[in-house]
Design a protein around this ligand. Sequence first.
Ligand code: GLN
Length: 486
Amino acid sequence: MELLKKTAVEMRKALLAKEVSAVELVNETYKRVDDVEEKIGAFNSLTKEYALNVANEVDKKIAAGEELPKMAGIPLALKDNINLKGYKTTASSKILENFTSPYNATVSKKLAESFVPVIGKANLDEFAMGSSNENSAFGKVHNPYNLNKVPGGSSGGSAASVAALESAVALGSDTGGSIRLPASFCGISGFKPTYGRVSRYGLIAFASSLDQIGPFGRCVEDIVDLYETIAGYDEKDSTSLNMPAGDISKTFKNDIKDLKFGVIKELMAEGVNDDVKRAIEDAVKIYEKLGATVKEVSLPLLKHSIGVYYIIATAEASSNLARFDGVKYGYRTSEAKNLMEMYTKTRKEGFGDEVKRRIMLGTYALSSGYYDAYYKKAQQLRRLIKEDFDRIFKEVDVLVSPTCPTTAFDIGSRNEDPLAMYLTDIGTICANLIGAPAISIPAGFDKDGMPVGMQLISQILQEEPLLRAAYNFEQETDFNTRFANL
Ligand code: GLN
């Protein structure tokens, strides 16, 4: 257990010092999975053969004294909407229940090239649609800090596995907050890079203008190392940024005296839980103590971000999900009298309720007569929101807010009310709408012992000051070194 409490950086040291082998580390991880997985439900499937093969290779290289990439041998959970060749990729949907990936996502290829043992495919809300991981066709995920609470979504399995010590790090995808929200609810760090920094090739598309893959970890250094492992240009993704991903590891430990912080007024207002608010106020004091400048900033258009997001995201989803028709791959209904019935029955039986709701909303927003009133309006507002942020980023480097107005909520408490669920994302969605990098880091606990997450956002491509701000805060606090009592 003590071994599994180590961060990836510490695990690497232990591997290189030959205190533990990579195979032992993977086996210990699976022992932990055996012990706690029944309570947590973080994984849709395990990839034991894959992980042990990679670990074996790592051990051979260490024995031969070869140089190893930073993340080599570190047990990782892969969100189950990212393809791993030869293994199932289900997106937690019945429609892909028996789908085996015929190819690797670019991030999976990069993980393989860095000898990262993938422990298993992590549970998620179906097609990454949700904020609580209650929408999975393969069971809910439970929060390691309190099993009656949600872990956040949609990358709930990825986050819970790291918090429950079933993996050291994880990858998730973030369309409107799906990395940051579960990181915040599970007391770990989760990072969404600038749109286009990490290839989306092989990620099952939800809303293509918003989707971005990113890392989870128990410390900022692990986040930086994993980000550098997966980032970079990829010709297979037409939205991939054709520029170097930057060498953050060289400078993110420097001080932050040069940085200006802006606390987002609208995200500290009414409706924010008292304990959450206090945690962020305390965090701000730490930044001031470290010599940074802090002021309050206002983003008046932020309040429209949920409406804008749920039109754009559902519109794009309705188009992306058209490919699941029972013809090319995935589930097909067993009885249909004709082609039309085959399509409709396959989709009716294969998709869950939330996915159907989104397809209907998105199709409506795109249909002629409504396109101008909804979709076009939403795109125009998206532009104005971006201009609002551009204006603020002329004054400050890093924006500060709670990741979510509350800590993790009870399982079942919001699932019957889609609007209440959508409101969970008020703090996170804006970063996706503008394409900016954003991170959630542990910032305290509420009176019931549930983790509070602080969100930092910076201007597009400005990952370095963002991660430097996160690292410096972490050095001043010990929130990331506490563990859930399971
Ligand atoms: N909670 C948001 C949604 O349901 C965001 C999901 C995500 O980032 N994948 O769409």
